[in-house]
Design a protein around this ligand. Sequence first.
Ligand SMILES: *Cc1c(COP(=O)(O)O)cnc(C)c1O
Length: 229
Amino acid sequence: MEGVIAANLAAIRGRIAAAARGAGRDGDAVSLVAVSKTHPASSVAEALRAGQRLFGENRVQEALGKYPALRREFPDLVLHLIGPLQTNKVRDAVAHFDVIETVDRTRLAEALASEMERSGRRLPCFIEVNTGEEAQKSGVAPQEADAFIADCRNRLGLPVVGLMCVPPLGEEPSPHFALLREIAGRNGLAGLSMGMSADFEIAIRFGATHVRVGTAIFGARRQPLAAAG
Ligand SMILES: *Cc1c(COP(=O)(O)O)cnc(C)c1O
């Protein structure tokens, strides 16, 4: 399979550039987060050899098994946590990830703030917004987002850089992307992590700064993990 991942990456990069151009945006303004969950370290290594440096994993434990060895070979790789984070895994998450995209509740924000203080590792954070207000999905409710963002920044001093969302499966994603952009805009946040394999071009039209693409790079996942855990 050597070569397939490199070819997929090249194709996705081309589509990102075209979508950005079509939206009158600079292609460099959109970062590709290659989502490697469930895929082996050998697949990540192929992506690294093809020049990809930014990756996303949704489980702390799985990332711990794969990434420390890859980092020794590629010290400039950057790893985003894109899945739900339990407070008892905060220490490992802060030690092994570079960006936390899924800050979604006060207890977690507090735990992250104190671990960052303790460890001296200040990780940029995205706040996850449950734009579809789905009961089973993580993320802060849209109407609570402003207060939560303010609390994370002002009381806890978290380095909040943007917002992240996973729109409801099978729904037209545009209104969700628009809502995320609106909340980010009124809170002065530049980062917008939105868009996956099926809809990243639409997300780019709505201002995505980070698209999280798994399947279109690494192929189908064997066990279908729920997008938002
Ligand atoms: C798995 C996952 C992705 C990637 O999804 P694909 O459809 O495989 O591109 C993006 N974001 C989150 C939060 C995920 O869990």
